[in-house]
Write a protein that binds this ligand. Structure first.
Ligand code: FRU
Length: 488
């Protein structure tokens, strides 16, 4: 276990702000150094949103997993990030892995997986509680579950607390022993601090012979009215048609959970995001809003991210607000982000019977676009960086959106394809940060998150072209401000 010194790390973060490097994002959370991954411990407490995240403050490798922390009241102004928890004892010596946050008895509690490996690499995962203190650190407290249950391997992690009929439960990502099948297990709190193992939450995926992945990471359980949504990140799915095109997936089942029969009746597995760089999202509820943060990154794909050579890696997505309609999750950017709009640029995207509109973008930009397709069958939404570009191509015949990064030199390349049911009207809300791009299609029916690392220091041009004239295009473009970090 490497010694980690909070004072030194916190001081170094302060020195690293505001970011200088042209690849550092302005309105996405990231660290000046080290590697961040999953959002953790999301909760609203004491008048502010608390956002923790996995962080190796010592380098750009998946080691020394600690928890960083920021808080915000408005998703625009943030506290300066600080180190909140790091490996300190035999339980979490190989990482303070992912977990959730919840408010109890006027305290912000966290619940995380302690990762410990023996000399043969065998894991002993313990699920442990903690309390966030006013000095900015987590006090590590009781171990709720000391190790994996019989019948499950050491891949047993990422607790997420939920409530049913006044009782507290948590779901956990797991892998069965023997057939090594990914699944979710459930625990219920009995007396204070006493947790009963209820077993696997059986899904329809257990009825099909083939397993649906070898591990489900970062589960979550949400309730929208009378419908339940089980979130999970299955690993080991084969890409097919328009599905599962990333190395690991993030998605959900919508339906009904019975904790009596420990079964879920549900529809098909749906993905939460269609881009290249999205994984391990966490969702929390505040005043009726389900707010999601995702990790902008992908495990085991570090070679796709050239910021590694600059000393930092990965970002978190912007906060998204979720709603469930007809069994499908819609994601929209949190309305607070409108406060980032500095000014509407003079660029007009309004046109009729045209095959091309374009706008020069500022360093941070938001584009809101509505297209009545008319005769157009093929549309190309491009971000052009000099000789490089990313293309969002919509084919109306097949109703397929393709995101193509092959026109970029650095970073991950390739294509992502997905079905998008736009008929006559197409709508896009596009956020373009220095390297982070988030695209919301058809008012949040689909979302795509991706990084773009332009080789040259060039601001992008947004350009929409079509094969035949589009009946009408109406669009607005804003220059966006940066997040602001405030010291104590
Ligand atoms: C997902 C994940 C989690 C684990 C954490 C470790 O990205 O693998 O399952 O808790 O990252 O950093």
């Amino acid at each position: 276990m490497t010694e980690i010194n909070k004072q030194e790390i916190d001081a170094k973060v302060k020195e690293g702000l505001p970011f200088q490097h042209r690849w550092h994002n302005r309105f996405h959370l990231e660290m000046p150094f080290g590697l961040i991954n999953d959002p953790n411990g999301l909760a609203f407490y004491n008048g502010a949103y608390h956002i923790f995240y996995q962080w190796n403050p010592l380098g750009c490798v998946h080691k020394n997993k600690s928890w960083g922390h920021v808080q915000t009241r408005d998703f625009v102004n943030y506290s300066i990030p600080e180190l909140a928890m790091w490996p300190t004892d035999e339980h979490d010596k190989d990482g303070c892995y992912s977990g959730c946050g919840f408010v109890d008895d006027n305290a912000l509690r966290v619940f995380y997986t302690c990762n410990a490996k023996d000399e043969n690499g065998v894991r002993t995962p313990a699920q442990r509680l903690g309390t966030f203190r006013s000095n900015g650190t987590v006090r590590k407290e009781e171990i709720a579950v000391p190790t994996n249950e019989k019948g499950y391997t050491g891949h047993f992690r990422d607790p997420y607390v939920f409530y049913r009929r006044g009782k507290r439960y948590f779901v956990l990502g797991a892998q069965t022993e023997g057939d090594e099948r990914g699944c979710v297990v459930v625990y219920r709190e009995e007396a204070e601090g006493n947790w009963t193992f209820l077993g696997e939450l059986k899904t329809k995926m257990t009825e099909v012979e083939e397993k649906f992945g070898y591990m489900w990471e970062c589960p979550g359980l949400l309730t929208f009215g009378s419908h339940d949504v089980l979130l999970c990140c299955p690993q080991g799915l084969e890409a097919k048609d328009y599905k599962y095109q990333n190395l690991y997936q993030s998605g959900y089942f919508a339906g009904h959970v019975s904790l009596d029969s420990m079964e879920m009746y549900h529809g098909r597995f749906q993905e939460l995001d269609r881009g290249f760089d999205f994984y391990a999202p966490q969702v929390f509820n505040h005043e009726g809003r389900y707010i999601l943060f995702g990790w902008m990154g992908m495990p085991d794909r570090d070679e796709d991210y050239p910021t590694k050579d600059e000393g930092w890696m990965y970002s978190l997505t912007m906060p998204r607000v979720l709603s469930l309609r007809q069994g499908h999750i819609y994601s929209k950017p949190a309305k607070e982000l409108r406060a980032l709009r500095i000014q509407e640029t003079a660029v007009e995207l309004d046109a009729a019977e045209t095959k091309r509109v374009a706008a020069e973008l500022s360093e941070g930009a938001e584009i809101l676009l509505d297209v009545t397709m008319g005769k157009a069958q093929q549309m190309y939404f491009e971000l052009v960086y000099g000789l490089e570009k990313v293309v969002f191509h919509y084919d109306r015949h097949t109703q397929v959106m393709t995101i193509d990064r092959d026109g970029m030199k650095l970073g991950g390349r390739g294509k992502r394809r997905f079905k998008l049911y736009a008929d006559e009207n197409f709508s896009l809300q596009l956020f373009v940060d220095r390297t982070a791009v988030e695209a919301f299609f058809q008012h949040g029916e689909e979302v795509a998150t991706l990084f773009v690392f332009p080789e040259k220091n060039i601001l992008p041009e947004f350009c929409l072209t079509s094969d035949k004239p589009m009946e009408s295009v109406s669009g607005r473009v804003w220059e966006l401000d940066s997040f602001r970090f405030h010291g104590k």
